[in-house]
Design a protein around this ligand. Structure first.
Ligand code: DX5
Ligand code: ZN
Length: 221
């Protein structure tokens, strides 16, 4: 198996009052920065409104992977692409017209991601392979950082990898990814790994990213 491995640190558990310096600590080793956008409706937590998110996107020195955990995402998702995100992920559970919103994200110049919560099956979305650049399998209930990795999601990751086959679609896992869980996720077929508290809780966040990548690459090689 030979897959490119990407590590996308989530800034959810970073210090929001000094985000520039928090991002500077990890940017040399990160493939993308994972920006968790929460509206206190789709999930019981709030992070950024669009204006604040746009500031972060504009000042971020590396590509931004926006994870939109917001209700009624159809209209706002293309705006995140226009704001300069490299990748914009919508949740299947929050989107009214999934194919049209995925197409609008691509038209606005970003990769189109489709995420599903732990209780949602992937099979209902297998016919969207031509519209999707990345599937996101949540390995915690969305809303908060620092939760425990749901090992029982690995079967869903394996099924998603089988559906993707050889297509150049990324397969992301998000939630509870750490030195003790990343190997299992990579073995199940994931190739893009969000890590929040594992990175920002480490004494040296940049070297934690290197360690996580090395573990995943050992499986993917
Ligand atoms: C949860 C977020 C995750 C979270 C990951 O709703 O989507 O991106 O920040 O944080 P950890 O790695 O701490 O689980
Ligand atoms: Zn996320």
């Amino acid at each position: 198996m030979s897959r490119q491995i990407r590590i996308t640190p989530s800034i959810l558990n970073a210090d929001f009052s000094q985000l520039d310096s928090e991002i500077a600590r990890i940017s040399s080793q990160s493939d993308l920065i994972h920006l968790d956008v929460m509206d206190n409706l789709f999930v019981p937590n709030f992070t950024f409104d669009f204006d604040r998110a746009s500031q972060i996107i504009n000042s971020c020195p590396i590509p931004v992977d926006a994870h939109l955990m917001v209700a009624d995402v159809d209209l706002i998702a293309p705006a995140y692409a226009e704001a300069g995100c490299a990748s914009v992920t919508i949740h299947a559970e929050a989107t009214t017209n999934i194919p049209s919103t995925l197409r609008a994200i691509r038209r606005a110049g970003a990769r189109a991601g489709l995420g599903i919560k732990p209780g949602t099956d992937i099979e209902g979305y297998a016919d969207l392979l031509d519209e999707v650049d990345m599937f996101l399998i949540m390995t915690v209930e969305p809303g908060f950082g620092g939760q425990s990795f749901m090992h029982e999601m690995m079967e869903k990751v394996r099924r998603t990898r089988a559906i993707i086959g050889d297509r150049p679609i990324w397969l992301q896992v998000d939630g509870g990814v750490s030195l003790s869980t990343i190997t299992e996720a990579a073995e199940a077929g994931a190739d893009v790994f969000v890590a929040g508290s594992a990175v920002f809780g480490a004494a040296d966040p940049a070297s934690m990213i290197v360690s996580l990548r090395n573990l995943a690459m050992a499986v993917a090689d």
